[in-house]
Design a binder for this molecule. Structure first.
Ligand code: NDP
Length: 241
C-alpha cells in the first residue's frame, strides 16, 4: 500500500509542485486548499490528485477535513505544512488583522494540522512532518514582522516536536525557501524584483517551486530517516544560514 501524504496549500505554487513530486515518488497524495475552487479543480483535473478544502487556521474545520482525507485515502504518513499567506506592511502601520491573519495561517496551522495526525503516526511508529518556513523566518524582513515572527515560530515548533517524535520513528524538519517564482513573489512589482531582489541572490535568479519539491520528496523518503529537527535553506545563496 502506498503511503499517504497530505500537502496543505497543495493546489498551487510551491505546494502544487510538492503534491506532484510526492505523487511521482509513489505516495497517495491529498492536496488541501483554502478557497480558490477554480485553481483547485483545474489542479485536480490536471494531476488526478484529490483536493480537500478546509481552512488550516481553523482547528475544527481542519480536524473535519483531515477525517475526510483519512476516510478516503487512509491514515496520513507524511504531512507537509505548506499553506501560507503574507499581509505585508511596515510595523508602524500594521493592523491587528494583518498580524492575526498571518499568525493564524502560518503558525496556528501547524498545531491545527499536525495535532490530528500525530497520534496515528506515533501508533504506527512512522511519520514525516515537513514544514515550509522561510528565509525571512531565519533572518527577519522589514515589512514582514508578522510573517517573520510566524515563520521563526515554525522553526521552534520543528525543533521541539522532532525531539518528541524521534523515539517513534517520526522525523520533523523545516525547509526555508528564499525567493521562489510563485504568485506570492510575482505579485511584487517587476521593477523591484529586477533591481532590488534578484541582485541580492548570488545565483542570479528566483528559485523554482520544483527545487523545493525535490527536497520535500527526499525528506519524505526512507533515505532521510536520520535527518530530524533540521532546517534546510534553499535560497540561492541569499543568506548563508
Ligand atoms: P501561494 O500563494 O502560491 O499558494 C498558497 C497555497 O496555500 C494555496 O494553495 C492556498 O489555497 C493555500 N492556503 C492559503 N491560506 C490557506 C488556508 N487558510 N487554509 C488552507 N490553505 C490555504 O504560496 P507559495 O506557493 O508561494 O508559498 C507556499 C509556502 O511557501 C508558504 O508557506 C510560504 O510562506 C512559503 N514560502 C514561499 C516563498 C516564495 O518565494 N514563494 C518563500 C519562502 C517561503 P487557495 O489557492 O485556495 O488560496
Amino acid at each position: 500500500m502506498a503511503r499517504v501524504a497530505l500537502v496543505t496549500g497543495g493546489t498551487r505554487g510551491i505546494g502544487a509542485a510538492i503534491s506532484k513530486a510526492l505523487k511521482a515518488a509513489g505516495f497517495s497524495v491529498a492536496a488541501n486548499y483554502g478557497g480558490n475552487d477554480e485553481v483547485a479543480n483545474a489542479f485536480k483535473a490536471e494531476t488526478g490528485i484529490p483536493v480537500f478544502k478546509f481552512d488550516v487556521g481553523d482547528f475544527d474545520a481542519t480536524a473535519a477535513g483531515i477525517a475526510k482525507v483519512e476516510a478516503e485515502l487512509g491514515p496520513v504518513d507524511v504531512l507537509v505544512n505548506n499553506a501560507g499567506i503574507t499581509r505585508d506592511g511596515f510595523f508602524h502601520k500594521m493592523t491587528k488583522d494583518q498580524w492575526s491573519a498571518v499568525i493564524r495561517t502560518n503558525l496556528d496551522s501547524l498545531f491545527n494540522v499536525t495535532r490530528p495526525v500525530w497520534e496515528g503516526m506515533r501508533n504506527r511508529s512512522f511519520g514525516r512532518v515537513i514544514v515550509i518556513s522561510s528565509i525571512n523566518g531565519q533572518k527577519g524582513q522589514m515589512g514582514q514582522v508578522n510573517y517573520s515572527a510566524a515563520k521563526a515560530g515554525d522553526l521552534g515548533f520543528v525543533k521541539a516536536l522532532a525531539q518528541e517524535g524521534a523515539a517513534k520513528n517520526i522525523t520533523v524538519n523545516a525547509i526555508c525557501p528564499g525567493y521562489i517564482g510563485t504568485e506570492m513573489v510575482r505579485a511584487i512589482d517587476e521593477n523591484v524584483l529586477k533591481t532590488r531582489i534578484i541582485p541580492q541572490i548570488p545565483v542570479g535568479r528566483l528559485g523554482e517551486p520544483e527545487e523545493i519539491a525535490r527536497i520535500v520528496a527526499f525528506l519524505a523518503s526512507d533515505d532521510a530517516g536520520f535527518i530530524t529537527g533540521s532546517t534546510i535553506s534553499a535560497n540561492g545563496g541569499q543568506a548563508m544560514i
